[in-house]
Structures are given as structure tokens and as C-alpha cells.
Write a protein that binds this ligand. Structure first.
Ligand code: GH3
Ligand code: MG
Ligand code: MG
Ligand code: MG
Length: 317
């Protein structure tokens, strides 16, 4: 119960019961040489509002499926099943069809080929003569399974995103930027900019914590828009931020730092009736492969300390 509540609070799970997974508007590719068989399959699928896209040869099937817009493929095995089984194998090897459900249609005498198909990654089968109700049940099953898998994957993506995001500002969090920096420093030069808001405690003390939070978010946003997409800026602590720059940053790290400083100082932060002049101090350090992240951040912290000591609203290397 605790786990469910926590998940809900974190937005990982809706409080409403999960809606049943529908198969409506699913797209199925049907590969069948024999027109009568094609007609049976198409009718069965369309009874469940599954759209059937029909092809009669392996090349066309491959071409259609390569677009990756399908929820299911029904592959009818001709008397020589080799080409269709090869197709099944290829589909499993390709990125955009790796998870595509494959349903084989075969003669009972083709059991060996069907089993071979399972080895190659087919998910299910139906034997001739095809029973439309059985076909529909098996198709629905596969489509629901695929859609459920997609839902889980989307939830996982969302959890992973949350695990690296600071909730207050939407920036990356400390854990993420540390790992990012560790990774970079294995192969390239990086600059770290340790940003600390000046006299932030007095903002909280004067206007309250909520205004303090607004200021934090606004500073975060101004830092973010100043940096390139390839740079990472994170909330590193309460009112501290860490930006990591790449691409020969020793030449321009201090220039960027001064631009960040100016972006905050130039315009007071406004919220309600409050007009809040805010400044930041920045400590900069540059290092390359072999320099530990801790050491780099330690140097930036020393530079930050000097910037504070010399009166704040400055960026030091
Ligand atoms: P300095 O110029 O030396 O950095 O002064 P300062 O007041 O910014 O430094 P200090 O470290 O003394 O104060 C930081 C303050 O940041 C203390 C804490 O209350 C506040 N703070 C930390 N996290 C948050 C937060 O999430 N929201 C708000 N509103 N305040 C926070
Ligand atoms: Mg601080
Ligand atoms: Mg401080
Ligand atoms: Mg501070």
C-alpha cells in the first residue's frame, strides 16, 4: 500500500484504475499469397476494428513493416515456408520491428516449420482451416501484450527521467551531473561552473520560503537558456547550481560564467509585488582526462569562495 501511495505521489501511477487495453485502431500487416485466406483474415481482424494492410509477397511485407507502424504481423506460410521464416528472423533483428508480434498461419502438416518459426521469434500461430474466432482471439492477445509492454516502457522512461531531475527547478539533479562529469572526464576536457546565489538566506528571511523558491526557479531558468543543449546544468544543492561545459571549454569557460552572472544581475526577479535584485557568484575550474571530478569541483569551490570574499556578483577561475 505504501508503495502504491508513494508511486502515486511521484506521479508514476494514476490514482484511477488502469483502463483495459483496447485493440481498436491497431494496425496489422497480413502476408498471404492465397486471396481466399487473405479475405478470411481481413474479415476477422476488421470485426475487432483492427486495420488490416494486406500484401502478397515477402518483399512488400518487409517494405511495409520497415516503416515500423504496425502492432501485429500475420504471416501465412506457403508450402515452402523458407522465405517467410527468413522474414520473421530479419524482423527480429531490426530495431523497429524487434518487438512486433508475429503470428504464423500454417497447415497442420507444417508443424515443424511453425516450431522453427518460434525459434526465430514468432509469438503465436493458428492452423488451417482458419477459425475466424480463434484468429481474432490470438490477434487481440498479441496486440494487448504489445500495448501493455509499450505502456510499461513509457512508465519506465518517466521514472528514469524523474530519477535524474530536480523537482523544484526541472534542471538535472546532483546525481546526474556527477555521473555526467565523471563520464566526460574519461575522454575530454570539461569546465565546471559552480554557481551560488548571493545572500540567498536574506531573501528567504525577508520574503519567505515561497518567494525564495520562485527566485530559485527563475535563476535556474535563466541559467538554462544561456547554455547550449550539449552543456548540462544541474541544481547541485539548496541554492547552488553546477554547469558542465564541453568542447575545448578552457578558452571560453570564464566568458560563459560572466555571461551567466550578467543574465542574473541584469534584471531583478519579479513575483507578485516583490521586485528582487538577485546576484550570483561563480567559481570556475577546467580539467581534462585523469583529473578526478571531485578535484575539479573542489577547485571551482575555492574560486567561488574567493568570489564571495571579494564582494560577490563575480566569476573567478
Ligand atoms: P552567500 O552569499 O554567502 O552564499 O550567502 P547565502 O545566504 O546565500 O548562503 P547560506 O549558505 O548561508 O544560505 C543558503 C540558504 O539557502 C539557506 C537555505 O535556507 C536556503 N535554501 C536552500 N535550499 C532552499 C530551497 O529549496 N528553497 C528555499 N526557499 N531556500 C533554500
Ligand atoms: Mg550556498
Ligand atoms: Mg553560503
Ligand atoms: Mg548563497
Amino acid at each position: 500500500r505504501l508503495r502504491a501511495e508513494t508511486a502515486r505521489e511521484l506521479g508514476l501511477e494514476s490514482s484511477a484504475p488502469e483502463p483495459a487495453i483496447s485493440v481498436a485502431n491497431a494496425r496489422a500487416l497480413v502476408l498471404a499469397e492465397v486471396p481466399e485466406e487473405m479475405a478470411v483474415v481481413r474479415q476477422a481482424l476488421e470485426a475487432d476494428a483492427i486495420k488490416a494492410i494486406c500484401v502478397t509477397n515477402v518483399e512488400d511485407a518487409q517494405k511495409q513493416l520497415g516503416k515500423g507502424e504496425f502492432d501485429l504481423a500475420l504471416l501465412a506460410l506457403p508450402s515452402d515456408a523458407t522465405e517467410v521464416l527468413r522474414l520473421a528472423s530479419r524482423l527480429r533483428a531490426q530495431n523497429n520491428t524487434r518487438d512486433l508480434p508475429l503470428l504464423l498461419l500454417a497447415d497442420t502438416a507444417q508443424k515443424t516449420q511453425v516450431l522453427r518459426g518460434f525459434d526465430l521469434g514468432a509469438n503465436d500461430h493458428a492452423f488451417r482451416p482458419l477459425d475466424p474466432n480463434e484468429l481474432r482471439a490470438r490477434a487481440r492477445n498479441q496486440i494487448r501484450r504489445k500495448r501493455y509492454q509499450e505502456r510499461l516502457r513509457a512508465e519506465l522512461d518517466r521514472s528514469l527521467e524523474m530519477a535524474v531531475t530536480d523537482q523544484l527547478t526541472g534542471l538535472r539533479n546532483r546525481r546526474y551531473v556527477r555521473r555526467h562529469l565523471d563520464g566526460l572526464l574519461r575522454t575530454e576536457e570539461a569546465a565546471v561552473l559552480l554557481v551560488d546565489i548571493d545572500k540567498f538566506k536574506s531573501i528567504n528571511d525577508t520574503y519567505g520560503h515561497n518567494v525564495g523558491d520562485v527566485a530559485l526557479r527563475e535563476v535556474a531558468e535563466r541559467l538554462r537558456v544561456q547554455l547550449r543543449a550539449a552543456d548540462v546544468v544541474a541544481r547541485y544543492g539548496g541554492e547552488e547550481f553546477l554547469a558542465v561545459l564541453t568542447g575545448a571549454p578552457s578558452a571560453y569557460a570564464l566568458i560563459v560564467a560572466d555571461r551567466l552572472r550578467e543574465a542574473i544581475a541584469a534584471e531583478p526577479i519579479r513575483t507578485g509585488d516583490v521586485v528582487l535584485p538577485v546576484t550570483i557568484s561563480i567559481g570556475v575550474a577546467v580539467g581534462g582526462p585523469g583529473v578526478p571530478a571531485d578535484q575539479l569541483i573542489g577547485s571551482a569551490d575555492e574560486a567561488l569562495y574567493r568570489a564571495k570574499r571579494d564582494g560577490r556578483n563575480r566569476a573567478y577561475l
